[in-house]
Design a protein around this ligand. Structure first.
Ligand code: NAD
Ligand code: UDP
Length: 314
């Protein structure tokens, strides 16, 4: 299979590239490095079935040869980015996704969209099944991301209906692991960096808000199961074991043996609308594709802590 991965130099995209290469596929990764990094794919540069194109997917794509799948993972995903580059996020979720859908039409390829649990907003139904329509602000600081992804889902389904493109939509829940950027502001990376440096661990609010964290190897296995499988989706892919942010902080401090104190700070202004709880209902993917996550949070944190220790020279 010949796959194009938009966002292939990002955290999840680079792990996905590796997994597809490992099973014998050819991978063309496209990325403009707005939130990804060349070092995520440096080790793949010499691979005979890997090609990298530095390009912004909001510009028209010209790709030689046939493609079996076009996978759209291109989008900054950290709430810090929502404050600093909201227009780029809206552009990649609208024009970018449309360009990639056009490419899929031309190549008669399957289109795969990496959507997000953020389409559920600050959910009033818990855990969240795919049938839940969400509780989303269209104007708050998170709206650039949430609404861009909701638009991506809508245009993907419109192309499916109008152009008969075969599509797959996954809703990814909080994923963590090596190759996340220590400075990207997402909680697991923040807490590990703070704990390694012996700095205070910053719980926003009282730390009672919850998230459900999926290790990247599990996540990528789930994405590939949906890509290969028969379900259009949307399909939730995440780990349903739920933690408060205080529990996450305590686990990280304990695993590192850190001297860091766990403190509470006011929720930063750009975090307005911070979902209070999030947990995937994964019965659809489990019952239809037999996928479920296998890596417990404490086990998955170990390689991420090691990667951060190395990167931060700590
Ligand atoms: P990431 O920022 O590491 O990866 C996204 C990649 O897309 C980056 O390499 C970035 O440079 C690239 N990109 C962004 N805009 C682009 C553009 N206009 N043209 C070309 N490349 C562009 O983030 P990630 O965590 O790996 O997320 C990957 C995908 O999964 C995103 O679509 C994100 O919305 C989705 N997702 C991730 C999570 C998570 O917990 N990591 C949760 C839900 C959804
Ligand atoms: N968070 C926190 N301290 C931090 C960073 C984040 O308490 O230093 C909280 C944040 O308020 C949110 C949760 O951790 O409730 C997850 O944040 P993240 O940025 O990882 O992603 P989100 O799930 O909000 O998109």
């Amino acid at each position: 299979m010949r796959m194009l991965i938009a966002g292939g130099a990002g955290f999840i995209g680079s792990h996905l590239s590796e997994a597809l290469l490992a099973r014998g596929d050819e991978v063309i990764a496209v990325d403009n490095f707005i939130s990804g990094r060349p070092e995520n794919i440096a080790h793949l540069a010499e691979h005979p079935r890997f090609l990298f194109l530095e390009q912004d997917v909001t510009d028209t794509l010209f790709i030689d040869g046939q493609l079996d799948a076009v996978m759209d993972l291109a989008s900054p995903a950290s709430p810090n980015d929502f404050a600093t580059i909201p227009l780029e996020i809206l552009a990649v979720g609208s024009t970018g996704t449309r360009n990639l859908l056009d490419l899929a039409v031309i190549k008669q390829a399957r289109f795969f969209l990496a959507s997000t649990s953020e389409v559920y907003g600050d959910p009033l139904v818990h855990p969240q099944p795919e049938s839940y329509w969400g509780n989303v602000s269209s104007i708050g600081p998170r709206s650039c991301y949430d609404e861009a992804k909701r638009f991506s889902e809508a245009i993907t389904m419109a192309y499916h209906r109008v152009h008969d493109v075969e599509v797959r939509i996954v809703r990814i829940f909080n994923t963590y692991g090596p190759r996340m950027r220590p400075d990207d502001g997402r909680v697991v990376g923040n807490f590990i960096s703070q704990a390694l440096r012996g700095e205070p661990i910053t719980l926003y609010g009282d730390g009672s808000q919850t998230r459900s964290f999926c290790y990247v190897a599990d996540e990528v296995r789930g994405l590939i199961a949906v890509l290969d499988g028969p379900i259009t989706g949307p399909v939730n892919v995440g780990n349903p074991v739920e933690f408060t942010m205080r529990q996450l902080a305590e686990n990280i401090v304990d695993l590192i043996g850190s001297t860091s104190e766990i403190i509470t700070v006011e929720l930063p202004a750009e975090r307005e609308g911070d979902p209070m709880q999030r947990c995937p209902d994964i019965s659809l993917i489990t019952s239809t594709l037999g996928w479920s996550p296998t890596v417990a949070l404490r086990d998955g944190l170990v390689p991420m802590i090691e990667a951060f220790r190395h990167e931060l020279s700590l």
